[in-house]
Design a protein around this ligand. Structure first.
Ligand code: URA
Length: 436
């Protein structure tokens, strides 16, 4: 079929439906290098405004999934499970959950993404570990799953290449917050992994792409429906992302916090979410009969050190320096640091995660263009969470960065965004809803 790309862009711009052949043809030609980024960018913006219906979304998901090789682990008796987050600030749960669930005996073949907009990405966090390789071929991924029960890798030229290219383009063309594009991006990766079951962490709030609960619920339902249509066992949690998750934002800093959680320490919100998401994975993977038993299994592999050992094995097996597990000071460390102090006594009323995410990007922890390099050491450490009491002049947070940053702008944006109130704020729940 002959593709007339400007005509396809026009159709979507005018709200018309694209055919199966048009969607499949576009993805194939884009990956073959026959369609330039500027035409795909225009199409993404048209989809952002006009949307895709369920059939078009399913077709885009399938075309993206089939743009590379498909992993299969049917020959392994254990359940293959994964979890994916729609993107947040300080969300490092994947790095905890994958080794914890693998330590419980399930297989976790996890294909993740890089930072997108103001949200962090699992691959960027892993690459903060010196030597860690996220670009592996399918043979190496299979070996890791067979031997260690887990692999944390990125899309490559062979594995969901369409998502690799589109994800990077959406990041820099303000076309991330589109339900059909998020569904196709997430589900194409997850369906290419050869999994039996998937748990989704759909974020809502200031630091999420879905700002309202209703939009998050619509995204969760679309993701769960697409997975079920493809025969996967699915569950979704809708979780609050108004303030950053945990106390650390930025790639090496987040790895440090992951190590604390794997040692049974760390902030309460992060522990709660890691425990719950792991329990859902164990339950969907049929390793436990109830979510409560899943939480007990998670607690046991953390307390026994098995989850931490699994993380160390993963780091070594993917080329990283395993010494960082016991000596986090070997992770990259920024040369400069500035503290932000509270302007008043009272209670922390809000730490808007979206502003914090962009501040972290400006410090160097994320990307402004496709080619931007990440500074793994850059980021923010919070000493207070929403609801904590604070004295005037007490430390709210610390900014870590290297030279070349206009730090006053970042400081001002954070100072203006964090609210201190004389009264304790109402604290909302972390987990707002579940779809099972
Ligand atoms: N995570 C993904 O993998 N893709 C998106 O589009 C958003 C979050």
């Amino acid at each position: 079929m002959m593709l007339v790309v400007p005509e396809i862009i026009r159709k979507k711009r005018d709200g018309e439906k694209l055919s199966v052949d048009e969607i499949g043809g576009l993805i194939r030609s884009y990956i073959a290098g026959d369609i330039p980024d500027y035409q795909i960018s225009a199409l993404l913006m048209a989809i952002y405004f006009r949307g895709l219906d369920a059939e078009e979304t399913g077709e885009l998901t399938r075309a993206m999934m089939c743009s590379g090789e498909l992993l299969t682990f049917d020959y392994l008796p254990e359940s293959k499970v994964d979890k994916h987050s729609t993107g947040g600030v300080g969300d490092k749960t994947s790095l905890v959950i994958a080794p914890a669930v693998a330590a419980c005996g399930l297989k976790v073949p996890m294909i993740s993404g890089r930072g997108l907009g103001f949200t962090g990405g699992t691959l960027d966090k892993l690459e903060a570990i010196p030597g860690f390789q996220v670009r592996l071929d399918t043979h190496s991924i299979r070996q890791l799953i067979e031997k260690h029960g887990l692999a944390l890798v990125g899309q490559t030229d062979n594995l969901v290449p369409a998502d690799k290219r589109l994800y990077a383009l959406r990041d820099v063309t303000a076309t991330v917050e589109s339900i059909p594009l998020i569904v196709a991006s997430i589900m194409s990766k997850k369906l290419a992994e050869g999994i039996d079951a998937l748990v989704l962490d759909v974020k809502t709030g200031h630091g999420a792409f879905m700002k309202t609960f209703d939009r998050a619920r619509a995204l969760a339902e679309a993701l769960v429906d697409t997975g079920r249509q493809m025969g996967k066992r699915m569950a979704a949690l809708i979780t609050n992302m108004d303030q950053p998750l945990g106390n650390k934002v930025g790639n090496a800093l987040e790895v440090e916090e992951v190590l604390a959680i794997l040692r049974g320490e760390g902030p309460a919100d992060l522990i709660e979410l890691c425990r719950l998401l792991s329990a859902y994975m164990l339950w969907l993977g049929r390793a436990v009969p109830t979510i409560e038993e899943g939480k007990d299994r998670y607690d046991r592999v953390i307390a026994s050190g098995q989850a931490l050992r699994k993380f160390r094995d993963l780091v070594s097996a993917q080329g990283g320096d395993p010494r960082v597990v016991d000596q986090p000071e070997l992770l990259p460390r920024a040369g400069q640091s500035v503290y932000i102090l509270s302007p008043a006594a009272g209670y922390v009323a809000s730490i808007p995660a979206g502003v914090i995410g962009w501040a972290a990007v400006l410090l160097g922890a994320g990307r402004m263009t496709v080619q931007s390099a990440i500074d793994p050491a850059a980021g923010i450490i919070f000493f207070k969470k929403v609801g904590d009491s604070i004295e005037k002049g007490e430390r709210l947070c610390e900014l870590r960065f290297n030279s070349g940053i206009s730090i006053e702008d970042v400081e001002n944006s954070i100072r203006q965004a964090i609210q201190i109130s004389p009264h304790p704020p109402l604290k909302g729940a972390l987990v707002l809803d579940t779809i099972e």
